[in-house]
Design a protein around this ligand. Sequence first.
Ligand code: AGP
Length: 364
Amino acid sequence: ASYDMGGHDTYMHKEIHEQADAVDRVLRGRIDDRFSTVHLGGLNLDAREARQIRRVKILGCGTSYHAGMIGAQMIEELARIPADAEPASEFRYRNAVVDPDTLYVAVSQSGETYDVLAAVQELKRKGARVLGVVNVVGSAIAREADGGVYVHAGPEVCVVSTKCFTNTTVAFALLALHLGRTRDLSVRDGKRIIEGLRRLPEQITEILKQEEEIKALAEEYAAARSMLFIGRVRGYPVAREASLKLKEVSYIHAEAYPASELKHGPLALIEPALPTVAIVPDDDLLEKNRAAMEEIKARSGKILAVAHQDQEKADQTIVVPKNEDELDPILMGIPLQLLAYHTALALGRDIDKPRNLAKSVTVE
Ligand code: AGP
């Protein structure tokens, strides 16, 4: 595919900068202020069916799996349905129990990833209900699913997914809000989430204005051989995705870990040569995250925090605008897309087509 570069040197840069518009698109026409909920026309799930769901299982690969991890947390928090995400390939090969009261959700940018498609087909064969959270309209997974939510990120050309990740997390927020409002989520909380969703495009624009500062940080971190990304609960999938972004596009080794697990092993790695990126939302785990940063500092580790206010335990902080706690993960990875991008640029990498990777993996 070849689309207009719009003055950007790479598709990745263009797509990062399209995110405010893309989020605007996934929200458009879906918000219902009268009932503080959202309408998702393609869901094919009535209120009675929505109330009968006992579990949600989200399946995807790579970045889509990470977006699914965030989605699972949102569904569990807002709809109070037990939910989790799993790589589609793992699910498919472990002979998983298919349960009729579980809602399965397949996530995919391309809608053509073979492992996800095969998981959907196996689920359908066993009589399960499967929804798609898909970007490409009319793609194989979209057609195979019983219904779903289109992500409306627009065409994504760079092999490294950015805007589709962000839009997928917003699509999950819509699904979580919808399920929540057919179950026990209050009108007040529905309103609160809707107001938060409406703030997202402007907040994304705010984050992207920090590009010059982030570029300077990236030039510093480009010398690292390896980086550690940490977060807890809402911050953890953000750490996972940021670590994948850095690996894919810069070829710097990166590992993501729950901050709570540091003391069970990874602390042994900490030294000045291993920088840590800490995702530190201003939520009820802030103090715990500060303690984790202190542990790292005590071992002379260098820390870059992504937070809602300057973190004195960190060497540097990228400050992002605060949204509702449940929606914070949508925003916190965005500066780290820029960090990965500028690190790769500093190292002269082939940004839109990293070595060994394809945009969609349509074979086993
Ligand atoms: C994203 O940066 C990756 N290149 C990759 O992990 C991708 O997310 C994965 O292959 C899934 O693709 P899909 O969303 O098109 O199914």
